[in-house]
Design a protein around this ligand. Structure first.
Ligand code: 5GP
Ligand code: ZN
Length: 115
């Protein structure tokens, strides 16, 4: 369940402090330490799943739970006019923390490109 060497597992456990914005049984969400927009929240499953490529029939439920949380956080953060959800997967995808997470970015008009 928890990976002792994983930064986000430590944040979920409260061993490393974070600015929490949402938590339920399956999901933890907190503000990115290096925000790219007025709202930049990282939405992570509490279960340690390393990346999008590690999603399986057995663990995909937590991905749905993340997106349920994203919809709630978007409303709570006042992002009625929209936002962007990004997942970086693996080395070529630019993933720097190997615990599945979704960037919820908004609060300003984002460009047409992904980044
Ligand atoms: P990735 O590059 O893996 O898609 O995204 C990792 C994100 O985690 C980056 O946007 C980075 O700013 C954020 N991050 C890295 N370390 C910490 C930390 O200790 N606390 C918080 N809140 N965010 C972090
Ligand atoms: Zn982890």
């Amino acid at each position: 369940m928890r990976d002792e060497n994983c930064l986000f597992c430590k944040i979920i456990a409260g061993d490393i402090p974070s600015a929490k914005v949402y938590e339920d049984e399956d999901v933890f969400a907190f503000r990115d330490i290096n925000p790219q927009a007025p709202v930049h929240v990282l939405v992570v499953p509490k279960e340690h799943v390393c990346c999008a490529a590690c999603v399986t029939e057995e663990n995909s439920r937590v991905v749905a739970k993340c997106f349920e949380a994203i919809a709630k956080i978007g409303k709570a953060e006042g992002l009625e006019s929209g936002y962007r959800v990004i997942n970086n997967c693996g080395e070529d995808g630019g993933q720097s923390v190997m615990h599945l997470h979704f960037h919820l970015i908004g609060g300003r008009k984002l460009g047409e490109k992904i980044i």
